[in-house]
Design a protein around this ligand. Sequence first.
Ligand SMILES: *Cc1c(COP(=O)(O)O)cnc(C)c1O
Length: 406
Amino acid sequence: MKHNGIEFDNYFKNYPDANGYYGKFGGSYITEDLKRAMDEITAAYFTICKSSKFIGELRKIRKEFQGRPTPVSYLERLSNSIGNGVQLYVKREDLNHTGAHKLNHCMGEVLLAKYMGKKKVIAETGAGQHGVAMATAAAYFGLECDIYMGSVDIKKQAPNVARMKILGANVVEVTDGLATLKEAVDAAFEAYSKDYKDCIYCIGSVVGPHPFPMMVRDFQSVVGIEAREQFLSMTGELPDAVVACVGGGSNAMGMFSGFLNDPVDIYGVEPLGRGPKLGDHAASLKYGTEGVMHGFNSIMLKDENGDPAPVYSVASGLDYPSSGPEHAFLHTSGRVKYDVISDDETIDAFFTLSRLEGIIPAIESSHAVAYGIKLAKEMGKGSILINLSGRGDKDMDYIIEKYGIR
Ligand SMILES: *Cc1c(COP(=O)(O)O)cnc(C)c1O
């Protein structure tokens, strides 16, 4: 299928190119040392991902450890409450082990580390979700695990810090600067560049230098492939629209991968937070401009000096000043439409899905649910498949304290 001049047959063969570019976005803007380390990972990935032993092991893990395939659920009461005939469905990544889609790429990354003979995995974490998924994967494979985390986040995310420690990970406190995610990324990169022979740095989304945006997408594509098959067998048709929330963009790329070459409208949902003023949101594709950060070229939110701007969202997992390069490409090519949802609309959707369907969604995923509901009202007919990237247990205390019961 062709879209705005871009051929989507063989899309995954052509994108990214050999240097990790999706059009002009992507690449690797890093030091020579780190570039060597990334080249080694790229070469290993291209060899290993074709080996039947690796594929077989990953399949077994997904089925017997993660609980895949996760189901697609029809949202009957929510669809009826909208009442115009539009049918809403969700892909249940909340039922994946550890409660979100993140384990899909973490298990793949750590399995790759094992095949490469690495002893240790390194990662950074903000809210702690990526750290918990990494610690889980490292425990499963018996690798050492260092998670870099700012001291401010360590205080804020005590339950996730406890989880990582119980799982045997070493939580490394970062006290530089504002002591949050950005400083943790810098510290993790520095530790990695000193020790890249024995360890691997596992990035938590479709961001960072090549090959991570590609690898993480490939590991997440199981979501879209499963969902497409499940939706077809449930309804006999493809959905008219597919919706996912976009932070770095891994759950969205996983879902979208299944539908890029289909006549399906695709929507990525960014957090509008408190509003469109810089500093009040994290809607990088909607309000950002082209630029390089964290080793890749994409569309990002910048401050007056051109550095990554401070961002805000009620969902800490969406709180990132850029998005993966492939999203920048799909945005500028027009294949995917990116739109925004505010904190307030998100909280409403969180309660709506909980009350009408008995599913408590993650606050990140609630952005996608809110957009799905909005879109259903506009469409008037057809079907919408929403990626429910995670469960909301982690968010309940915060929501009740800040918003009360709605
Ligand atoms: C981390 C997280 C996200 C955001 O990350 P993406 O890479 O954009 O998918 C979304 N939903 C949940 C539940 C998360 O934990």
